[in-house]
Design a protein around this ligand. Sequence first.
Ligand code: MN
Length: 293
Amino acid sequence: MSPFERLPARHSRVGGIPVTRLLPVRQRRLIGAWCFLDHAGPSHFAAGEPGLRVGPHPHIGLQTFTWMIRGRVLHRDSLGHEQIIQPGQVNLMTAGRGIAHSEESVAGERELHAAQLWIALPYADRHTPPRFDHYPRLPMWSQRGVCFTLLAGEYAGHRAPTLLFSPLVGLDLHARQPTTLTLALRPEFEYGLLVLEGGMELDGEWTGPNELVYVRTAQDRLELSLEESARVLLLGGEPLEERIYIWWNLVGHSEAEIAEALADWQAGSPRFGKVKGYDGEAMAAPPLPAGQK
Ligand code: MN
């Protein structure tokens, strides 16, 4: 069996911005504990256009993970954090038992290109207290004309400061010139590769933006060719052997957990707190499908 599987993307819109959703898809729900992957943009806004606007909404059971490539987005949350994320930085919000936040393009900002990910919290950590972490500086190094930025976990002797609850890696590769390289993999990890810009050749096939290539466990390396200016996101992790439920912005280990969180949000429960300063309405939760109440 080939270690590679090419996964189809879905197109959607979030906060007024076109996004390509790579996870979850029917064929695959998780890569390690990475359980959601939206590729936002690249988008350009006309003067006076608002850009991204995502009003206050709740999360449980996950970490939201933003990797900013271009543009600036302001995060506000119900713990009182206000943080602008800039290119080359990661924002990580650990929802645990519950938090709410809003995200919007900084006033006057004309572009957005980002990867928005979620990491499922393992069962034992699902009720961890909510927190927010901003990582303005991440390990960076160059090799064979490729600039590597380590977003999460450990790679090639480097260690990212990012708070994790399960063994994961996140690595951004940005080619300054056409190059071929070998990436070391951990056999106990499964991986995904997503082209964010440009193109790569993997396993004899050319791959462009918005096709996620899944790599099964038991591989110890990967041969990759990148075209000039290509940018690729490598995600990996130990397969999470837990049943995860995702509905709207909520991740849980049972349908009952999700239903309770939805009811708490709709009731304005202090569990989620209030996001202050966002000029707009909080989001209303969509109803649960029949049979999931
Ligand atoms: Mn969110």
